[in-house]
Design a binder for this molecule. Structure first.
Ligand code: COA
Length: 220
């Protein structure tokens, strides 16, 4: 059991999205994806990205507390009005990266946004696509989303290609913060109808029922 006794207090520990290649679920125990290969996800030659706390920038010692906070904050600040599900992708039981899903006023708006990263050793093998399809399955089939949004810096070829590969359409652009400056971000959107046309029948969601209120009802 992923969260052991903690699931009494935090049922999301039991939520699992299962595909033939990976499982997406909260990290167990301390709640941080600690696998060393999950750290250096950014190829310095490629585009920077906006998702990760900067563990692969500067000195790891200084960045570590922020890395921990990134994971814990989303749990501590969770409410049905604003949540971020920080899923970790496990392949054969090993953490390989993270795929998050966030929403604001989901019950009313039915819109989610995703962000993801993989340890460098695991990039370029179809896992980024697999975990995006897994989280879209959770959003559309599990939670009843009507649209999913994403975005990437214009030079992040892998992320742009992943969004296109799973059926997102371009949805404008924005300015995003990149270190001390800004860079052009390409925005993407996939609506429920487009997802339905390509939905997979080999993805399963376990134990969503016990978590549904956390996603769609205000916490009391
Ligand atoms: C972005 C990321 C999650 C994509 O995952 P990935 O496993 O590397 O990508 P996949 O192997 O699943 O490839 C998905 C699609 O993109 C294509 N692709 C992957 N890398 C590519 C690249 N560098 N250039 C062009 N296309 C690329 C693949 O061919 C595939 O398309 P297909 O399914 O039509 O063949 C991963 O590369 C990563 O973690 N990058 C660093 C962190 C990051 O940038 N996160 C996104 C922040 S916005």
């Amino acid at each position: 059991m992923a969260g052991e006794g903690l699931t009494r207090f935090w049922p999301l520990f039991d939520l699992v999205v299962r595909t033939p290649r990976l499982e997406l679920r909260l990290p167990p125990r301390g709640g941080v994806c600690r696998h060393r290969r999950c750290r250096g996800s950014r190829d310095p030659r490629a585009g920077d990205h906006a998702v990760l706390p900067p563990l692969d920038r500067g000195r790891a010692g200084a960045a570590r507390p922020r890395f921990g906070q990134w994971w814990w904050r989303h749990r501590a600040e969770w409410s049905a009005d604003k949540w971020t599900f920080t899923g970790v992708a496990f392949v054969d039981g090993k953490p390989v990266g993270a795929q998050d899903l966030e929403a604001t006023h989901f019950r009313a708006v039915r819109s989610v946004e995703t962000g993801s990263w993989l340890g460098r050793a695991y990039q370029g093998q179809g896992l980024g696509r697999e975990m995006r399809e897994a989280v879209l399955h959770l959003a559309f089939a599990g939670l009843g989303a009507e649209e999913a949004l994403s975005g990437a810096f214009e030079d992040n070829a892998a992320s742009l290609a992943t969004s296109r590969a799973v059926g997102y359409a371009e949805n404008g652009e924005a300015r995003g913060r990149r270190r001390d400056s800004s860079a052009r971000t390409i925005r993407f959107r996939i609506a429920r109808e487009a997802w339905e046309r390509r939905r997979r029948d080999d993805i399963e969601i376990d134990n969503l029922e016990g978590c549904l209120d956390m996603f769609v009802s205000p916490l009391s």
